[in-house]
Design a protein around this ligand. Structure first.
Ligand SMILES: O=C(O)CCC(=O)C(=O)O
Ligand SMILES: [Fe+2]
Length: 464
């Protein structure tokens, strides 16, 4: 059930979308440090060795490398050693000491100022030291996401020390884009004593390219919000700022959103705006635990563009709800040709900017983990979908999820339901079976990344 929509409203929607992809999901650069920050103490039985990154020669770095254990990583819920996926040495924190403390450096400001949005920039964060890694010549770490180590972790930090090395650039990929940070190159251009750093949202896929020469020594950190479990009514630790902190993309988003709400041809009968969030979020998947499958913490953990949407909607007094999101592929096992023909028809339909592809979205307020409950055989037509409450009671364990199902309004146009206009298409890889990642940097008990969407109810034009 489509409605006519003017070119100017289509333009506004485009601006709304574009303001969400303007900022990369990381911050990187070099940071001047004190000479003492470049000292490392390490050792297995006793911490008896001392090394100065600024002057260490290949032999000393080799000693450090020899002291390391092989670095493992998480694959399908197991920590594994596999040189074809991750080749690097690691030291756990009990085997070394360093005077360098990110929380006492400009890094806190950098992370707050460039990674966080609006009022999130004033929230307290913890930067927890995680590992020391040594990447010798030929070492690398293939694409992965960093495993959430709790429900309040949102970012990772890598600090690269100025040891002699080449290669080992970090490549990040997210939302179809790719960025490369060549820390070795950056250090070469920085005035000593400096370190290189990169901080990124932990669910952004990243890869360490092979080190081609020397030893690349890093410290990695996990970054948490310290206030996720605080009472939201308590005063903030720091004075709060303008919700959108006058960032250009924040302003662009807010003004486009206001324009959209004012457009008489946009959802003329009212409905909802849908945003498939650009990041995934840690959710406790531990049956029996009261927090299991809960969205509560996700609200306080929104990253980058996702936080921007939430802040802007809240600032305009709109009712923004989060849902877990599952994508279900449409199958025509009996007729692949028909499948292809319909796919092509969707691609040409509607005059929108992209095609949703052949899937339905299922939204729930708690994590669903079995496929059996849902039997969706549907697709989308140009992002206009209807929201249906799932019938709640039932004997099946999952039936009592307080859930909403989003189906294609094309197939269900006769039904009562709220129309959702998807501003950003849910782009999840999550299938209904399990919100589990395949490659992480470590396995953790219970925490898994889940896809989330945000649905904002809006009234009719003139009343929103
Ligand atoms: O060394 C880097 O740049 C990244 C390392 C990494 O991705 C990890 O340890 O999980
Ligand atoms: Fe990583």
């Amino acid at each position: 059930m489509s409605y006519p929509i003017s070119t100017s409203t289509i333009e506004t929607l485009k601006r709304l979308r574009e303001s969400l992809t303007r900022k990369p999901p990381y911050a990187s650069g070099t940071l001047p440090v004190q000479a003492d920050d470049l000292i490392l103490f390490f050792g297995k039985d006793v911490i008896s060795q001392r090394l100065d990154y600024a002057t260490a020669g290949p032999e000393q770095l080799e000693t450090l490398s020899q002291t390391c254990d092989r670095a493992s990583f998480g694959r399908n819920n197991e920590d594994v050693l596999d040189d074809s996926y991750r080749k690097a040495g690691k030291l756990d924190t009990r085997f070394f000491a360093t005077p360098f403390v990110p929380e006492r450096s400009k890094l806190v400001e950098v992370i707050r100022g460039s990674l966080l949005e609006g009022k999130d920039a004033t929230r307290p964060i913890h930067i927890e030291l995680y590992k020391l890694n040594v990447y010798d010549e030929g070492s690398f770490f293939k694409p992965h996401k960093d495993t959430p180590r709790s429900g309040s972790m949102f970012a990772s930090l890598v600090v690269v020390f100025p040891t002699l090395h080449e290669g080992g650039a970090l490549v990040l990929r997210h939302g179809g884009e790719e960025w490369t940070f060549d820390s070795a190159q950056a250090l070469e251009n920085a005035a000593p004593p400096s370190v290189a750093y990169i901080s990124f949202f932990s669910d952004v896929e990243h890869e360490v390219l092979p080190v081609t020469k020397g030893h690349r020594v890093t410290l990695t950190y996990n970054i948490y919000y310290a206030d996720v479990d605080d009472d939201p009514n308590l005063p903030a630790a720091l004075p709060s700022m303008d919700p959108l902190a006058a960032s250009s993309h924040g302003n662009m988003f807010l003004s486009a959103l206001k324009e959209l709400l004012d457009a008489p041809d946009f959802l003329p009968k009212g409905g909802a705006l849908g945003f498939g969030l650009r990041h995934v979020y840690p959710v406790l998947a531990d049956p029996g635990h009261p927090m299991s499958g809960s969205l509560d913490r996700v609200r306080r953990l929104l990253k980058g563009p996702d936080a921007l949407v939430h802040h802007a909607c809240t600032a305009l007094g709109l009712d923004a709800n989060l849902y877990f999101m599952y994508k279900e592929e449409q199958h025509y096992p009996e007729d692949p040709a028909r499948h292809e023909a319909e796919r092509a028809a969707y691609a040409n339909a509607g005059g929108y900017h992209f095609n949703l592809g052949d899937y339905a979205i299922i939204m729930t307020e708690r994590v669903a983990d079995t496929r059996s409950v849902w039997d969706a055989e549907s697709g989308f037509e140009d992002r206009m979908v209807a929201v249906f409450p799932v019938y709640k009671p039932g004997r099946g364990e999952d039936r009592n999820l307080n859930a909403k199902v989003v189906y294609d309004s094309h197939y269900y146009s006769g039904s009562e339901g709220e129309q959702v206009h998807w501003v950003t298409v849910p782009n999840s890889q999550t299938k209904i079976t399990q919100p589990m990642m395949v490659y992480g940097n470590e396995t953790t008990m219970g925490w898994a990344y889940a896809d989330v969407c945000l649905v904002v109810h809006i009234g009719r034009p003139g009343r929103r």
